[in-house]
Design a binder for this molecule. Sequence first.
Ligand code: 5MM
Length: 347
Amino acid sequence: MSLAEIAKQMVAPGKGILAADESTGTIEKRFTKIAVPSTEDNRRAYREMLFTTPGFGEYISGVIMYDETIRQSAKNGKTFVQIQQEAGVLPGIKVDQGTKDMDGSTTLTTGGSPNEKVTKGLEGLPERLKEYASLGAKFAKWRAVITIEGTDLPTDANIRQNAKDLAAYAKACQEADIVPMVEPEVLMDGSHTAARCAEVSEKVLTALFEELAAADVAIEGTILKTNMVVPGKESGEKKTPDEVAEATLALFKKILPPNLPGQAFLSGGQSEIEATENLNAMNARGPHPWNLSFSYGRALQDSALKKWAGSPANVAAAQKVLAHRAKMNGLATEGKYSKEMENERPY
Ligand code: 5MM
């Protein structure tokens, strides 16, 4: 399959991506909430529960895995990659190596402010991509984190550096025959308004597409994964799904090139139902030039993780929960979801 065909398959109508690429530190935080120790075998068992969900491929087009996960197998000896392939699901891999403070960023912030971040992982990336391709990865994700704080942050320098790094990684992916899933995330953390989120997201996406063009990245073989236009978590502002859809679509219409196959949203701290309702509201206003899909981590897994709680006896029940959320989001990619459908949810 060509990169463009893989990209199309990732955002096929009715389907979306399961982000299961929590790094060891992040999965430990999630497991702490359910009082499960984060051992390698517990992480393996949890991911096995997710990937062996009956009907997994019906609403899921791809999975983003972490380095440890792409090398793991189910109890029956089949690798996770094989299990996904058999379900018609594209295996994907996170290739960034987390974030670090941007050089000089401490001087740009004041007392107790978070420093601006850039993403690690460009060094040695071509070799790692080669290995991941040989393990079966068809797409690779890189996340850049943008923090809003007052009118000072983000700085233009931080936006530009993150865009350049995303473009360099995307180019390396395409050279390795892997679809880049470029993820610039404007964080929901903070007290900013939705209008400020829109303003910053516009700058971030503008810089990103400028840098992708400068690096000669083929847009037809690229998937975007970004945030919706939503208010900061501590802002006290509330936006309806219609308002989120209007603001996000206004931004996308200004910036996303029509030959981009699709954009798969991150959930970023929205509740499971908010993330589904917002996606649905956008697709109810379609058709759009690009498919609007999901690549949710927390908004697909939260309830399933709680239901599982580390016990083999809960696997089937947890899988039903995941299948339900995947179905609801699958319907939302076509604007066919309604909140009443949640009455059937198995949790
Ligand atoms: C699943 O979380 C991903 C990895 O996070 P860390 O590197 O911090 O462990 C993350 O990149 C995720 O793929 C996206 O943010 C989407 O997840 P949410 O939960 O925002 O939908």
